[in-house]
Design a protein around this ligand. Structure first.
Ligand SMILES: [Cu+2]
Length: 142
């Protein structure tokens, strides 16, 4: 019986520790472009909003060829809950954004999301073969 009681206490402590870890977690609440966004024009900026101030350690924008797009990112020295970076004109294709932030408690968090840039409508109209394609029929993963 004594062993069982000890086990119960140990598991109660484990639950408490897990709850503490969760509360220290900061969420990425909003992004521009949004996750899985379908864009017709190259986005002017890359924006992130977090639920609490964090320091942006790393932010990368990867294109369909797995190449990093350079946009003048520099790690932030001070904590902020909103970040915005101007972007160069992007070519059409799929993009992935990967981020690493550090919360004010030193807790590191990482995540990624993606968006897609579709070609200009006017350009698509010049190619008769692509006119029959609509968004539902072209092949890509979202
Ligand atoms: Cu699409």
């Amino acid at each position: 019986m004594k062993i069982l009681k000890t086990l119960k206490i140990v598991s109660a402590i484990a639950v408490l520790l897990m709850a503490t870890t969760v509360s220290a977690h900061v969420d990425l609440t909003e992004t521009v472009p949004a996750d899985e966004a379908m864009l017709m024009q190259s986005p002017a900026t890359l924006k992130q909003t977090f639920s609490a101030p964090v320091r942006m350690m790393k932010l990368s924008l990867i294109d369909a060829e797995k190449k990093a797009v350079k946009f003048g990112f520099a790690a932030s020295a001070t904590a902020a809950s909103e970040f915005e970076w101007p972007l160069p004109t992007l070519k059409e294709g799929e993009y992935q954004v990967s981020w690493i932030v550090m919360g004010q408690d030193g807790h590191k968090m990482t995540g990624d999301y993606g968006f897609m840039l579709h070609g200009d409508m006017k350009m698509e109209a010049k190619q008769p073969s692509s006119q029959s394609l609509n968004h539902q029929s072209h092949s890509h993963q979202h």
